[in-house]
Design a protein around this ligand. Sequence first.
Ligand SMILES: [Zn+2]
Length: 258
Amino acid sequence: MLQVSPVRAFADNYIWLIHAPRDAHSAVAVDPGDARPVEAELQRQGLALRAILVTHHHPDHVGGVRELAARHGVPVWGPARESLPCEARPLDDGDAVTLEHLGLQFSVMAVPGHTLGHLAFVGHGTVFCGDTLFSAGCGRLFEGTPQQMLQSLDRLAALPDDTRVYCAHEYTLSNLRFAAAADPGNAEVTAALAEVTAARARDEMTVPTTLGRERRINPFLRCRRPALRASAERHAGRELPTTVEVFAAVRAWKDGFR
Ligand SMILES: [Zn+2]
């Protein structure tokens, strides 16, 4: 199983350090929005940074990229369709990132919606999905359409149940509070809310999650379920004949949910 260390950054970001299977002293950083905590963790664990992967262009994901890439002299891979603060090897859907000397290979999935060029990195039973899929939630639609985001989430949801989902924020508790409102008959959501409330009170992480779990508790992966549709229609006060309309209504509901 791939070993991955979290680096907490800003209020609720996770920067992920992937340990190289073929070299115990090497790591790859995903979305280093801040260089300082990454340096501290590398030093604490005696790891050398070998590469940087970027899912999308938002500052809390790329803020430390230039500094880390320059200081460690490492390559950066990122979305071909977005501009990053330093030179990056451009990636698009269907590409692969192969780091043979480290024993790492990821396939690249384009998952537009949160941003238009957003990528996910899939491999070793894991997915690094940035701000596309969260535990019990999904990213806001800053650039893309509901249709694009639904399609992106559908592609992620097609990965195997035991795929470990490394998302970039600790949003699980507030997402589950919304899920309890949007999917009120879902006993798994009720159980997850109790469990996550307790975990967060102890300042524990709630990610990575798994795709199997997300299919059970994440309202944005459940828009084809009659119960979710009925709930979205009640909230919207009108019929929502297509899955995209259900998804858009649930996303808009969440945007205004407190
Ligand atoms: Zn973002």
